[in-house]
Write a protein that binds this ligand. Structure first.
Ligand code: 6R9
Length: 680
């Protein structure tokens, strides 16, 4: 019932999606294939799934070959990819290249945020594969000297500085399972993730620059450490030479530790089982605390290798720039492991795109001759607003390929990327994937088989991935209809053994596989449409998860933060479409007796959210309501709140809630309307 009454015309931030517009690029002619040929080859790859992925995995270097490509794990739907195989991602990313001509090739070009009076970067660091390998070896020694070994867990709370990939690679070299916590997160977020993982050691930094301001990260970490007593040791990177609180016997400066490790220090990579956990990344869902998604070594490396080649067409001559933060999955897969496994040169930037001016990225593309650019719709919409002059100041002719990620891209943002940034020369794609998928699953493939572009589409599923759009019963929807995005067969890079989700294989099964019982379909919780060419257009989340500027936020978590304030008894949060951020959170709050609904309290609640959950989550508006709309059985009418927030009229929303009578929904809507007026 949920999907009935859905409009067939699909919009992204108010723009209608152009299902029928097709664009082919003369200069990419040799990569263009017909949609039919693509689909034929795709069908074969799905029918022979194991042979297909086995042949891709063979292109990597394994210490020991696998016995079986795909095997059921110990829990339902937790599979083992390349069972019996042994591999190491730090070895693939470094040692292999150091042994080859790539030894002195640049792995990272890093730019710090501060600029001089001419607007040029004050700090640039360049690391060759050999230098990176050497640092990773020395840092691995440091981890070993702390007594850490395979299976131990550590937390990394670092901003966009080279030490972040260095520690990730050192941990994966030794089989130490790590979690990276985004440097924009609060002390509460950091502490709960460290505790859930059971981390023994934390790596952080004194501070870093963001939009010209110094952020004292160690101070935030100190707060988190009071809530995480199991952390035995803290390693602090010296980025700004700030005076910070160092606890004797617990906290160590990285440079002091490095002083004791010779350049010749060599840490042998562990021979890890393919399905052995590489890292855990926490991500928001519909209910409860963020889920710790586990990614493995072998399957993950295989998907990254495939997508770096097919999606990014990565070549040795490329300068590759992904603008994500490594704190999110995009950075893990496409700033660290993916491009390093391919031996690419990666541009990495500390700061924001509009500092000191909105041409920061364009100046960097010009400065380093960037060829591949991977960015987000929110950033594009924000930078578009400043006009084309900022772009035209720079020579972007080095660019040859552009992709976007994180949320649906509206056609006008796509066109700006295509016309103004790529000068009609570069394919522009929108790669669909999630933290859970490990890597890109739906995308144009300029590196392998390019079908015509369409402004805003995700394109077709990549080879070896059985993605589909289904109705409430799990049947494929007719072309042109909206439905749920599912992945029908396992794919390498999926959440992995031992439990898929940290500590909780049952929750993993429930969240992703219970919606269509017995079918084994992985529920992505996105709405999507398949157009008549079978192209997929993901149109936003179908659950209580928001994508605010591409950041994934669970409304449940936000509601919990609001309710933890002394004035609030109940809260509901929904997303409202926003022309820049994609969507923004709107909160409806019921106050406890004795608290007055006024603007001071609104400010206080916003400050509360900022402090407890982070700046991205702060609601754009907070409305005080007398009660939340609920069904007779006491369930909050979530779809009604969502529709109401996006500006739907009473006519549109009256049949939305499955369990409530139309009259009840109408009544609740009107009630909400009245209290909104009263709270203005
Ligand atoms: C990689 C990443 C996952 C959610 C996903 C979907 C949205 C990501 C998209 C996209 C439309 C794209 N999403 N890429 N929607 N087009 N190209 O963003 O992971 O943070 O886990 O978010 O992001 O809604 O379900 P994550």
């Amino acid at each position: 019932m949920i999907l009935s009454g859905m409009p067939e015309e699909v919009t992204i931030v108010g723009e209608v999606l152009p299902f029928d517009e097709k664009i082919e690029l003369e200069n990419w002619k040799d990569k263009h294939v017909s949609i039919k040929d693509y689909l034929d080859y795709h069908r074969k790859s799905i029918e022979e799934l194991e042979e297909f992925w086995g042949s891709v995995a063979k292109e990597l270097e394994w210490f020991k070959p696998w016995e079986k490509v795909l095997e059921e794990g110990d829990h339902p739907y937790v599979y083992k990819w390349f069972k019996g195989g042994k591999i190491n991602l730090s070895y693939l990313a470094l040692d292999r290249h150091v042994k080859s001509w790539r030894k002195n090739k640049l792995a990272y070009i890093w730019e710090g945020e501060p600029v001089n009076e001419k607007g040029e970067p004050k700090e640039v660091k360049k690391l060759t594969y050999h230098e990176l390998w050497q640092m990773v070896n020395r840092v691995s020694h440091i981890l070993k000297n702390f007594g850490l070994k395979k299976g131990d867990k550590i937390a990394i709370y670092l901003p966009m500085i080279p030490e972040l990939p260095i520690f990730m690679l050192a941990a994966s070299r030794l089989g130490i399972i790590f979690t990276v916590i985004f440097s924009g997160f609060t002390a509460e977020n950091l502490s709960s993730r460290m505790n859930d993982l059971g981390a023994k050691l934390l790596i952080t930094v004194d501070g870093f620059y963001r939009r010209g301001k110094v952020i004292n990260l160690k101070e935030i970490a100190d707060k988190a450490l009071t809530l995480s007593p199991q952390i035995e040791k803290v390693v602090v990177v010296k980025r700004l030479n700030l005076k910070v609180n160092m606890v004797e016997g617990r906290d160590y400066w990285l440079n002091d530790l490095l002083d004791k490790v010779p350049y010749s220090a060599n840490a042998e990579p562990e021979l890890l089982e393919s399905e052995y956990p590489l890292y855990v990344l926490f991500t928001s869902g519909t209910t409860g605390k963020p889920k710790g998604i586990i990614h493995d070594n072998g399957g993950y490396a295989t998907l990254l290798h495939a997508t770096m080649k097919w999606v990014f067409d990565i070549k040795d001559e490329d300068i590759y720039f992904c603008t994500a933060d490594i704190g999110w999955v995009t950075g893990h897969s496409y700033i660290v492991y993916g491009p390093l496994i391919e031996g690419a040169t990666i541009l990495m930037y500390e700061g924001t795109p509009d500092y000191p001016a909105p041409d920061r990225w364009w100046s960097m593309i010009e400065r380093y001759g960037v060829t591949i650019f991977y960015t987000t719709p929110t950033a594009v919409r924000m930078l578009m607003r400043f006009g084309d002059e900022y772009v035209k100041k720079h020579d972007l002719s080095s660019l040859r390929l552009i992709h976007s990620v994180g949320e649906p891209i509206n056609p006008s943002a796509w066109r700006w990327l295509f016309d103004v940034i790529g000068e009609k020369r570069c394919p522009v794609g929108s790669t669909w994937w999630m933290t859970e998928t490990g890597g890109i699953l739906i995308s144009h493939l300029p590196g392998k088989a390019l079908i015509p572009l369409k402004p805003g589409t995700n394109g077709l599923p990549i080879f070896g991935v059985d993605a589909d759009v289904v109705d409430d019963n799990g049947n494929s929807v007719p072309l042109g209809k909206k439905g749920y995005l599912v992945i029908k067969k396992p794919w390498p890079g999926m959440p992995s053994a031992p439990t898929g989700m940290l500590g909780d294989p049952e929750r993993y099964r429930k969240v992703y596989f219970e919606r269509f019982p017995g079918k084994g379909y992985f529920l992505c919780s996105d709405y999507a449409v398949k157009d008549k060419d079978e192209y997929i257009w993901v149109a936003g989340r179908a659950d209580e998860v928001l994508k605010v500027s591409g950041h994934r936020i669970g409304t449940y978590e936000l509601e919990s933060v609001l309710v933890s304030h002394k004035a609030v008894t109940e809260a509901a949060v929904a997303g409202k479409p926003d022309p820049i951020k994609g969507e923004v959170p709107i909160a409806y709050v019921v106050l406890k007796q004795g608290f007055e609904a006024n603007s001071k309290l609104i400010e206080e609640l916003k400050r509360w959210v900022r402090e407890k959950h982070g700046p991205v989550s702060v609601p754009e508006s907070i409305f005080f309501v007398n009660k939340l709309p609920k069904t007779r059985s006491g369930k909050i009418m979530r779809r009604l709140i969502k529709a109401f927030t996006s500006g739907a009229s009473l006519g549109d929303v009256s049949t939305l809630e499955d369990e409530a009578a139309v009259e009840e929904v109408k009544g609740a809507y009107e009630e909400l309307m009245k209290s909104m007026k009263a709270s203005k």
